[in-house]
Design a protein around this ligand. Structure first.
Ligand code: APR
Length: 234
């Protein structure tokens, strides 16, 4: 049984039409992280933060899973249907729902999800609705304490205990479409180096010595399906 952990970043959704954060036209070229992606920024100007995430939410119905998302979903399905002796767990930094819409079920959103909110009073995570505003009452406790269910800089990512267990048990760690500059995700490759092979699928080799055994450079919609096809035909 092959155990694969796949870490995905904004690059896997780029060919679906969603912007990445860094690079030529990255989201952080147009907004300051401290204004949009920190608890302090939300306290300072919740409407500005809501506008940013509502802008991304408005894109979701217009974009679709691409061949890379679909290839990972097919790999998971093949394992479940015993057509491949393996299991794949996706740990995504992405807040979009493209992995789920591609058919993946084993998906861990370590940075939260665009389509959920979180109540800072009772910690409920209700689904986001178009009529939600910072002063909307939490459907669970009635407090006007809702915020985007996104992990901001300075906050602890979600599900780190489950992620650590999958990393400890995997024999292959794959990173797809991530610049590898944001921790703790950026440190996952080092944490598995002693017991798992590592592969990077990206548009470019990240600066500095690569910690990956193998780097496959090119658009994920071409490189990832070729890799999963080889796995399933082996
Ligand atoms: N195929 C493969 N890789 C791609 C593609 C593509 N079509 N397009 C872009 N990439 C690569 C880029 O070369 C880059 O290395 O994807 C990476 C995207 O990097 P970032 O924009 O930094 O996104 P990510 O690594 O997901 O950012 C991590 O930073 O701002 C925070 O919380 C945010 O989750 C995000 C985290």
């Amino acid at each position: 049984m092959q155990r694969i952990v796949v870490l995905t970043g904004a690059g896997i959704s780029e060919e679906s039409g969603l912007q990445t954060f860094r690079g030529a036209d990255g989201l952080w070229n147009h907004e300051r992280i401290e204004d949009i992606c920190t608890p302090q920024g939300f306290i300072r100007d919740p409407l500005r933060v809501d506008r940013f995430y509502n802008g991304l939410r408005a894109l979701l119905p217009t974009v679709h899973p691409n061949a890379a998302h679909l290839a990972l979903a097919e790999l998971e399905r093949a394992g479940r249907e015993r057509r491949w002796d393996g299991q794949v767990t996706i740990v995504t930094q992405n807040i979009d729902d493209l992995h789920e819409r591609a058919g993946s079920h084993n998906v861990i959103h370590m940075h939260g999800e665009l389509l959920r909110l979180r109540c800072t009073a009772c910690h409920a995570t209700p689904a986001w609705r178009t009529d939600c505003f910072p002063d909307t009452a939490c459907p669970a406790c009635g407090q006007p304490a809702l915020r985007p269910d996104i992990v901001w800089f300075g906050e602890m990512p979600y599900h780190m205990d489950i992620i650590a267990r999958h990393l400890a048990e995997c024999d292959l760690f794959v990173a797809i479409g991530t610049s590898g500059v944001v921790y703790p995700a950026a440190g996952f490759v080092d944490s598995v180096a002693g017991h798992a092979d590592t592969m990077l699928f990206n548009l470019e080799i990240p600066s500095g010595p690569s910690a990956f055994d193998q780097a496959v450079i090119g658009p994920a919609t071409r490189t990832v399906p070729a890799w999963t096809r080889d796995l399933l035909e082996a």
